[in-house]
Design a protein. Sequence first.
Length: 427
Amino acid sequence: MPNLTTLGANDLRAVHEDIRRRYQAFAERKLKLNLTRGKPSSKQLDLSNELLGLPGADYMAGGVDTRNYGELQGLPELRAQLAPIFGVSPDRVILGDNASLSLMHDAVVYSMLKGTVDSDKPWSRESRVAFICPVPGYDRHFSICAQFGIEMIPVPMLETGPDMDAVEKLVAADPQIKGMWCVPKYSNPCGTVYSNETVERLAKMKTAARDFRLFWDNAYAVHHLTAEAVEIANIDELCARHGHPNRAFIFGSTSKITFAGAGVALFASSKDNSAWYLKNMSIRTIGGDKVNQLRHIRLLNSNGGVAALMDRHRASLAPKFEQVLNTFDKELAASGVAKWTRPKGGYFISLEVLDGCAKRVVQLAKEAGVELTPAGATHPLGKDPHDRFIRIAPSFPELAEVTEAVQGVAVCVLLAATEKLLQSHAS
Ligand code: PMP
């Protein structure tokens, strides 16, 4: 494939015709493939099938009858097992039910309706509430903001994490900026790992709002795709060291460690924030699902623990990511019309196409039988101003399906690009 951006009109037309034929041939196969959501595959879920038989008749956990109400904060043993993954002490960990997204939602709602421990008044009584949203980012974070009327201020993601020069300027100047979404490791969708410097600057920066919070969604803390177990700086320690102990709300879950729909979620923060969370939570529930917590303790204590389990996930996931990257390298690298991330972990690859082409690529793919995440989903209110980013999620389909789907996507990228380039030649 030649570099399409440097071709003259005649050569471009010839290449376009060739790509159009390839697209048609692909579409005629009438495949039904799906690269939309970052769901684990059935084979990955099978890795934790032992859970289905646990905890069995032995439902006691260190003197606690897991069948009954109580232990609002969650079973101490599971808190102790999960705390090191998130770099906090177990006494400040609170276990939720199956979804960390619910805990993020609740943390926003509690802040809106009651205010945080550092707020003068509930956020809902402010004239305006804004969150910084690194883009591309996770659509469900943006949906929470949209749901509660929180203004979203996009900041570009760099290779080191969010553009910190921009972030520091914004939060220093605007007291209505109350929060910021962060997926610090193997981010959704770029796979970016925040550098130590970025994490330190986030912990240290001066914010005009005294009750500013980092919504630290460490969803992919142990989700490595290579032999390197990437580590990031400890946000909890750094916030405390820089005099902002209450700044970070940390979230995580076992959704992509055990069962995506039946794992255990976690909130962790400073002593005061954890007490605040627990107090609000005590109105909402008498206690979480301790039977699920107990079966997680038993599962995660067996067969080599979390690290060994994550190695087994990696064995299933890494070949799919390799397949996507190899196909893009082969089909698109020379074309000059796309670039993509090479994540060392997480669940996504971010594909960047020519400006104004992302929606068209997704449409072409759909018409040819490949479902992609809607273009724009990576940006607040679904609006990618340059119509450039597409999220690729290869985890769920079988490897053979990923291979076919991504070949189709590559052809769609080339077709949309040649259409666009021919238009600009014509105008
Ligand atoms: N945060 C991020 C960044 C995610 O990508 C996902 C899953 N797609 C979640 C949170 C959801 O996690 P949970 O299942 O714990 O709600």
